[in-house]
Each structure stands twice: as structure tokens, then as C-alpha cells.
Design a protein around this ligand. Structure first.
Ligand code: FAD
Length: 395
């Protein structure tokens, strides 16, 4: 392989370039990114960057000394796998190996695209637009009580805004956590002084207000929409590269897409997990850090590197540090470890007495030990597990 071309200059794209050099790849590496900014880290956008505690979150990397040809402000428009050529706004780019790392795009609220005062939170530009909005201490309506909605509400409360969070489901994080785990988390909104309205649908956004389906008018100096994200793969239509149910690039266990010489990694791709017995589409930072190492190893071809991680992520919301490792299914047995009304607790999921996932609130040690236990696949004693005073690793 002489030329590796990476599309997307986010965490996964940049880490692919870094991993290639770390693993000794000596050929050309080109990274093409649509955004004009120096590549940056996204998690701080809903935390320190939003609150102005950090100017930006650019990766501390010198692309020149890495020998990486970084082309910013350049959008990939299509790919012709038969010709091994990528089409971009700046013309065609030939490749031997192509790595798709275009991440995800936020889902918009129908009818509000481009409406002034309606914001998304995905990019540095979004965060920079939102910073002065917070400073105005307006009434803010957040649509969606997911991870982004909770983190944005946290920042907006810290900035002194009046915050109402509108959620269509009956609880926060309905797509990811069972009702009994989400229930205590719903209380965090009120504790922080934010109002959470569940089972509420947005009918329309008017200047200065959000109107709900039941007719309620919520004053809104600004609206922030956090209702999920979808793989940014629209540009691959017609390329013949297989896309999955969520529009993600479908890869095999070595992160190879369906066309020869093409890999996909990060938020834009799903991979088959032998560990969990299903295909996983992970939209978290750690996956965009770990996956690229497997991609690089396979490009170098010295190992038969299979990607089958224990997924991990964290969220900082309402003064709490929330961490999750693994992957659970509805049928897995839920075991509480600690009182959910207290500041720190953990929930474990067992499948045939093996730990498959855990959610830790303010218990980083449980997370660290749990992650290793999940990896090891050791059987656990549910009764011992439920005693929060006992180290998880001894259960
Ligand atoms: P991205 O970061 O989306 O990068 C993809 C890049 O590709 C983008 O810059 C995009 O402009 C570019 N691109 C797209 N299409 C094209 C094209 N056609 N041509 C050229 N370039 C293109 N995860 C956690 O685990 N913990 C957190 O606390 C956390 N907080 C987050 C907070 C926010 C506000 C956001 C938005 C995400 C957060 N995440 C968090 C998720 C994490 O940031 C993502 O999982 C991670 O950024 C994925 O990296 P990626 O490189 O796959 O995609």
C-alpha cells in the first residue's frame, strides 16, 4: 500500500493517521476534512468549550511532523471503488486504501431547519454560536433528553439560563436505558433547576416560543435540538458501498467495508461484535480512538486484527460523572449496586451470571473494575455484586 486516503478529520480520521504512523506505515497519508478548523475533539463542545472555560479543543498534534497531508475545508462528494478514486470539491483523489471516517450528523427537527434561534450541537461552529446565547441568560428550550440534551441543559443552567427540556418519550435516555434506571436520572433535571417535560411533542417553533402538541407555549429565546445523530454517509449513495439500517457503513470484524481497499471506523460505521452477538453502531469517543488502531493494523497487514471492544463512554451532567461500559440487551438481568437516590450508584447487567455491561454514577472504580470483568467474561455472584461496599472485582 502506498497511498492511504482518510475521509473525515474528526477523532476517528485523525487517529487513523496517528495509528498508521505509530505502527510504522511509511507511505502517503492524506486526511480530508469538510470543516475548515484544525481537527478538534468533540466532547468538550458541550462542556468546557460551551461555557467558555476553553477556547477550543484542537487536537495537540503536528500533522507536518507526522507526515500527514491534511486537507481542510474539502468535502468528499463521492467514491468510485472500481477506479479507486475519491471525488472531492477540489477534484478527484486516487487511493490504494480509503478509510471512511465521516462521523455523524445531528438529526434536525422537521420544519425548523435554518430557522433563526434554533440550534444544533455537533460542531465547533455550533458551540461558538451557542456561547453568546448562553451569556444572554434567555429562556432556553432543549428538545430531547438524551446525552447531548442533558449536557447542554447542565451548561445552560450553569450559565444562569431558565431551561425547559422537552422529551417525546416518557423518560430521559429512553432509547438507551430501561425505565427503572432512567427514573432517578429524571430527578437530576429538577435538582439543577431545569424543567423536564416528558411525553411532550413539539408542534412548531415560532419566534420566541416553542408550541407543544397539547397547545402549551413555552417561551424560548433559543431552542437547542438534541434528538440524535445519523451516520454522515449521504455522499456514499450510488458508490455501491453497503450501508446499513441507520445509513451506516457496514463493515466486517476487521472494519473493512464492502468495497475492496475500503475501511470504515468511528460514528459512521457498524461492526459485528462476536462478544455481544450483534452488530454494533457506537456513537462514542472511545470507539473513535480504539477502532483506528485495528484499521491501521489491517492496512499494514502484519496481523489479522479483529475489532471486538467492550464499548465505553462517559457523560458529565448535572454535576455527576456518568460512565457506561459494555452493551446490554433488554433480556439481561439488572442488578442495583447502591441507592439510586444517593449521589453515587452503579447498575450492572448480567447474562448467565457474566457481567456484560454497567452504568456507574460517581463510581469510577466500579467502572474501571467492571470494564476488566466484562473483558474477562468471569461469572459473578449477583448477591455479592449488589453490595456497594464490596469491591466489584471481589464479587
Ligand atoms: P466526527 O467527530 O463526527 O468527525 C467526522 C468528521 O468528518 C467531521 O469533522 C465532519 O465534518 C467530517 N466529514 C463528514 N462528511 C464529510 C465529507 N463528505 N467529506 C469530508 N469530511 C466530512 N462521546 C463520549 O464518549 N463522551 C462524551 O462526553 C461525548 N460528548 C460529546 C459531546 C458532543 C457535543 C458531541 C457532538 C459528541 C460527543 N461525544 C461524546 C461523541 C464523540 O464526540 C463522537 O463519538 C466522536 O466525535 C466520533 O468521532 P468520528 O471521527 O467518528 O466522527
Amino acid at each position: 500500500t502506498r497511498r492511504v486516503v482518510v475521509v473525515g478529520a474528526g477523532m476517528a480520521g485523525v487517529q487513523t493517521a496517528v495509528a498508521l504512523r505509530e505502527q510504522g506505515f511509511a507511505g502517503d497519508v492524506t486526511v480530508i476534512g469538510a470543516e475548515p478548523h484544525q481537527p478538534y475533539d468533540r466532547p468538550p463542545l458541550s462542556k468546557a468549550v460551551l461555557l467558555g472555560k476553553a477556547e477550543d479543543s484542537a487536537f495537540d498534534l503536528d500533522f507536518d511532523s507526522l507526515g500527514v497531508d491534511l486537507r481542510l475545508g474539502c468535502e468528499a462528494l463521492g467514491v468510485r471503488p472500481g477506479d479507486r478514486e475519491l471525488d472531492t470539491g477540489a477534484g478527484p483523489v486516487p487511493y490504494d486504501v480509503l478509510v471512511l471516517a465521516t462521523g455523524a450528523e445531528p438529526v434536525t427537527l422537521p420544519g425548523t431547519e435554518g430557522v433563526p434561534g434554533v440550534h444544533l450541537l455537533r460542531t465547533l461552529d455550533d458551540a461558538e454560536r451557542l456561547r453568546p446565547v448562553l451569556a444572554l441568560q434567555h429562556d432556553i428550550v432543549v428538545v430531547g433528553a438524551g446525552w447531548i440534551g442533558a449536557e447542554f441543559a447542565t451548561a445552560a443552567r450553569a450559565a444562569g439560563c431558565a431551561v425547559t427540556v422537552v422529551e417525546a418519550a416518557d423518560r430521559p435516555l429512553a432509547g438507551v436505558l430501561p425505565a427503572e434506571v432512567a427514573a432517578p436520572m429524571a430527578g437530576w433535571y429538577a435538582d439543577s433547576g431545569a424543567e423536564l417535560r416528558t411525553g411532550a411533542r413539539v408542534e412548531r417553533v415560532e419566534p420566541g416560543a416553542v408550541v407543544l402538541a397539547d397547545g402549551t407555549r413555552l417561551p424560548a429565546g433559543a431552542v437547542v435540538v438534541g434528538i440524535g445523530a445519523r451516520p454522515a454517509t449521504g455522499w456514499l449513495a450510488g458508490s455501491g458501498i453497503e450501508l446499513g439500517a441507520y445509513g451506516e457503513v457496514v463493515t466486517d470484524a476487521r472494519l473493512r467495508a464492502s468495497a475492496p481497499g475500503v475501511y470504515a471506523v468511528g460514528d459512521c460505521a457498524s461492526f459485528p461484535s462476536a462478544r455481544y452477538g450483534e452488530r454494533l453502531l457506537v456513537h462514542h469517543w472511545d470507539n473513535a480512538l480504539q477502532g483506528p488502531r485495528t484499521v491501521a493494523a489491517n492496512i499494514l497487514g502484519e496481523t489479522d486484527a479483529v475489532y471486538d471492544p467492550v464499548p465505553y463512554f462517559w457523560s458529565e451532567q448535572f454535576g455527576r460523572f456518568v460512565q457506561y461500559a459494555g452493551h446490554h440487551a433488554a433480556a439481561d438481568r439488572l442488578v442495583w449496586r447502591g441507592d439510586p437516590a444517593s449521589p453515587a450508584w452503579t447498575v450492572c447487567w448480567l447474562r448467565e451470571d457474566r457481567l456484560v455491561a454497567l452504568l456507574a454514577v460517581g463510581r469510577p472504580r466500579d467502572l474501571a473494575q467492571g470494564r476488566r470483568l466484562i473483558e474477562a467474561g468471569r461469572t459473578m455472584d449477583p448477591a455479592a455484586l449488589s453490595d456497594p461496599s464490596r469491591p466489584l472485582k471481589d464479587a
